[in-house]
Design a protein around this ligand. Structure first.
Ligand SMILES: Cc1cc2nc3c(=O)[nH]c(=O)nc-3n(C[C@H](O)[C@H](O)[C@H](O)COP(=O)(O)OP(=O)(O)OC[C@H]3O[C@@H](n4cnc5c(N)ncnc54)[C@H](O)[C@@H]3O)c2cc1C
Ligand code: FES
Length: 392
């Protein structure tokens, strides 16, 4: 795979030490037959911990059928102090999304990690708990900005937060959205998107593309392939002077749009993207690192890791090809991770010494790679000793 992480500058607030806090569910609202919006209550003494920039996500942890399950979900609202809202779309056969859609109810308590992620606008990167700062900052910096987004399915979630924040904060910003779904019944936030159109008739436009339903405009019917994308960009969207692009959806769609924008000489730093999955279900199961095949006669790699000021050591058979995360989890259950697929960035640590190879990276920025940060869920030691620091 060739998708690289965006070259955007990571603002300091987009990365912080990850830790889980139990938060009560305030409301579960059905959005479509297959998706719910879940609101968590953030007590006043924790508002700073749950401060966020529109576009960021939270990792959740729950016990489901006796197993610990961790997944990440983007925050879907503009800044609202005292609450965190996410939306979960059912993934057929998926453990967490099925549980959230069928069983989660107000009063339940779920472990929620501090908001994280770099899928944020360079125009409105400011805090949730100081909406007045968002307004001041955005009005000045966003004057006349033109933003375009491509979302598919649940990929609308962070885009909702960004669109709502930017439109409400800045009086002359425009936001144009292409939103792909199978049918009208699958459109998440249909009402809220309608409200945005009513509230900002000249500044917000949404083009619904439905793959299994006929729309009047043939360009808005069927899957978005290279041909349709070209037509959308040339005939439907007003992209002449787009300041920032946001892409969130399946890998293939995000890749397609990024390639097309690159071929049109759109600077990479103006294109933000977020992946929800790489389509490879290979997560560590629960808090324990998966057992690895032991070969007593073979060479071992030693991994030394520091977390919360404490240093631990763990040995890993070289032949097992075990990741740093998996090995570290065998030693300590509080090693941070969420997706285990190289997309969320929760498991990041800085390499202090030693050699390694990192498989996938859809989460770390270029400057973080240059400073030696790795995704430990994707990193394997290739020297006898690898030393990493989760506290960096
Ligand atoms: C940064 C980030 C933000 C995200 N934001 C959102 C959001 O806002 N809204 C949202 O809905 N999702 C979001 N996601 C995706 C979310 O984290 C979950 O991946 C998603 O809900 C599926 O989780 P699950 O437990 O239901 O499915 P899983 O149990 O993880 O399964 C996923 C899929 O794989 C299949 N599968 C599982 N195991 C196997 C196997 N062994 N072999 C073959 N197939 C298998 C399942 O049938 C299912 O279709 C986000 C992800 C990231 C990384
Ligand atoms: S846990 Fe998500 S990138 Fe490693």
């Amino acid at each position: 795979m060739t998708l690289e992480s965006p070259a955007a500058e990571a603002a300091p607030s987009t990365r912080r030490r990850a830790s889980f806090t139990p938060l009560p569910v305030k409301e579960v609202r059905r959005l479509t037959a297959d998706s719910v919006e879940v609101t968590f209550e953030v007590p006043e003494h924790l508002v700073d911990d749950f401060d966020y920039a529109p576009g960021q996500y939270v990792a959740l942890r729950a016990q489901i059928d006796g197993h610990e399950v961790r997944r990440s979900y983007s925050i879907c609202t503009e800044p609202v102090p005292g609450e965190i809202r996410i939306a979960v779309k059912r993934d057929l056969g998926g453990v967490f999304s099925t549980w959230a859609n069928d069983q989660l109810k107000p009063g339940d308590v779920v472990d929620v990690m501090n908001p994280s992620g770099t899928f944020v606008s360079k125009m409105a990167l400011t805090s949730m708990n100081r909406p007045e700062a968002l307004a001041e900052d955005a009005v000045a910096r966003n004057a006349g900005a033109q933003l375009v987004a491509f979302a598919a399915g649940s990929g609308i979630t962070p885009i909702m937060a960004i669109a709502r924040s930017v439109l409400s904060a800045s009086p002359d910003t425009t936001f144009e959205l292409v939103y792909a779904n199978r049918s009208a019944a699958d459109v998440m936030f249909a009402e809220e998107l309608g409200d945005l159109k009513d509230r900002y008739p000249t500044r917000f436009v949404v083009h619904h593309v439905l793959s299994r339903e006929q729309r009047l405009n043939p360009l808005l019917t069927g899957r978005i392939d290279a041909e349709k994308l070209t037509a959308l960009l040339d005939q439907v969207l007003r992209t002449e002077r787009t300041d920032e692009w946001f892409l969130c959806g399946p890998f293939e769609l995000v890749q397609l749009v990024r390639d097309e924008l690159a071929s049109r000489d759109v600077p990479a730093e103006d294109v933000r993207f977020e992946l929800f999955t790489t389509g490879r279900p290979d997560r560590p199961s629960g808090q324990q690192g998966r057992r690895v095949q032991d070969d007593a006669s073979g060479p071992v790699r030693r991994i030394e890791f520091t977390l919360d000021g404490l240093t631990g050591n763990v040995e890993s058979p070289a032949a097992s090809g075990e990741t740093v995360l998996n090995a570290a989890l065998r030693q300590r259950s509080d090693v941070p991770f969420a997706c285990a697929g190289g997309v969320c960035g929760t498991c990041r640590a800085q390499v202090v010494s030693g050699d390694f190879e990192m498989e996938e990276n859809y989460a770390l920025e270029t400057d973080e790679l240059e400073r030696g940060f790795v995704l430990t869920c994707q990193t394997r030691p290739t020297s006898d000793l690898l030393v990493v620091n989760y506290d960096a």
